[in-house]
Design a protein around this ligand. Structure first.
Ligand code: NDP
Ligand code: GDR
Length: 362
């Protein structure tokens, strides 16, 4: 019998990689997508199966983590062996502008899923994965950060995810639910959302190289992150739910790099050497050969409270889950640049044939 998985947030970066991975393992996959006024399934369209075909293994349901009755009904219909809770308002900076909504979806949304398991009597059947985050560590308490490092979140997003972390632990201890927190450090890919810094940089470097954009505006260039590849990280989610006992794990590469380093590497990929001038909000990234300013700091992208440095220690996952990352930092930048260059080449082709190419990096 195939196992049945339910993925919330299936239209996001991780949802797409995880759905593909679980299908390759023979799972029947159900996903929850939000109703939107335009198509929001671009990342999973290649997995779509006509409902009328026989042996359908991939099904989408309309839903939202802010709607309890809808969640209960979907879980009752699907009767999942495993739930992966990936849905979230996942943008840290946006959480400062929408703190209440972020808490509702990211914190209470997790509670709604766990309560649904209780209401439906699925505590012993359904295993639960919670998408926890390195943002829990926030203000530096220890470097590198591991499972025992104290939390000190620095954003409404981080605080909401802290509730979700602890409610997962609590329901595990109180009701015996097999619930795990994956404390995942930043992970990226060619299908990363365009407003996260890595993708914003690779798109801009490709567009500047092809003459479609003049300049890239960034915030804090000194922030350091432990960046891995999303395709590697979703495998760790699955491994967590295959163990004898539920537990919480840090998933990271064990290397940290600054936004500045990421930017340099991305521009170097298209043969643009960057040198830096100025300080703080006056800082500029200059084309080392032509002298043209290509990167400028804009204070709009600074956060009220920042997470300065994240560096994870994935030893527990390596030892117990036998998990390790396969993509290095330079390989990740190359992977993302290669795909963005292809997309931009398509855009140039469109433009040359008189079609408008819209760009928005908010
Ligand atoms: P994305 O932002 O790419 O995807 C988020 C998904 O959640 C989308 O499918 C989105 O739908 C959906 N969603 C948002 N709000 C709701 C809601 N109220 N109800 C139902 N669905 C909703 O995130 P990632 O794929 O990058 O991340 C997956 C999860 O992992 C998130 O919970 C994130 O916070 C967490 N995480 C991510 C890390 C990373 O580096 N990527 C690191 C650590 C944790 P729509 O497409 O309609 O917007
Ligand atoms: P993060 O990712 O906040 O770590 O959250 P993001 O890519 O948004 O920021 C990383 C760092 O880059 C700095 N930065 C900028 N960030 C953005 N978005 N845009 C800019 O122009 C810019 N300039 C500098 C930021 O200040 C920050 O320090 C991601 C999300 O996926 C979360 O959901 C997840 O939980 C964490 O990673 C782990």
């Amino acid at each position: 019998m195939s196992k049945v998985a339910l993925i919330t947030g299936i239209t996001g970066q991780d949802g797409a990689y995880l759905a593909e991975f679980l299908l390759s393992k023979g799972y029947i996959v159900h996903g929850i997508k939000r109703r939107a006024s335009s198509f929001n399934t671009e990342r999973i369209d290649h997995l779509y199966q006509d409902r009328h075909s026989s042996n359908v293994r991939f099904t989408l349901h309309y839903g939202d983590l802010t709607d309890s009755t809808n969640i209960i009904r979907i879980i009752q219909d699907v009767q999942p062996d495993e739930i992966y809770n990936l849905a979230a308002q996942s943008h840290v900076q946006v959480s400062f502008e929408t703190p209440e909504y972020t808490a509702n979806s990211d914190a209470i949304g997790t509670l709604r899923l766990l309560e649904a398991l209780r209401i439906l009597g699925l505590e012993k059947k359904t295993r639960f994965y919670q998408a926890s985050t390195s943002e829990l560590f926030g203000k530096v308490q220890e470097i590198p950060q591991r499972e025992t490092t104290p939390f000190y979140p620095r954003s409404p997003y981080g605080v909401a995810k802290m509730y979700a972390y602890w409610i997962t632990v609590n329901y595990r201890e109180a009701y015996g639910i097999y619930g795990c927190n994956g404390i995942l450090f930043n992970h990226e890919s060619p299908i990363r959302g365009e407003t996260f810094v890595t993708r914003k940089i690779t798109r801009a470097a490709a567009r500047i190289h092809m003459g479609l954009q003049e300049k890239l505006f960034l915030g804090n260039l000194d922030a350091k992150r432990d960046w891995g590849f999303a395709g590697d990280f979703v495998q760790a989610m699955w491994l967590m739910l295959q163990q004898e006992q539920p537990d919480d794990y840090v998933i990271a590469t064990g290397e940290t790099h600054s936004v500045r380093e990421f930017t340099e590497l991305a521009f170097a990929h298209v043969g643009i050497p960057l040198r830096w001038s100025g300080q703080g909000v006056d800082e500029k990234g200059i084309h080392g050969e032509t002298g043209k300013v290509l990167v400028e700091v804009d204070r709009r992208y600074f956060r009220p409270t920042e997470v300065d440095i994240l560096l994870g220690d994935p030893s527990k996952a390596r030892n117990e889950l036998k998990w390790q990352p396969t993509v290095t930092f330079p390989e990740l930048v190359t992977l993302m640049m290669t795909e963005d260059l292809k997309r931009v080449q398509r855009d140039v082709l469109c433009q040359n044939h008189g079609f408008d190419v819209k760009h928005n990096d908010e």
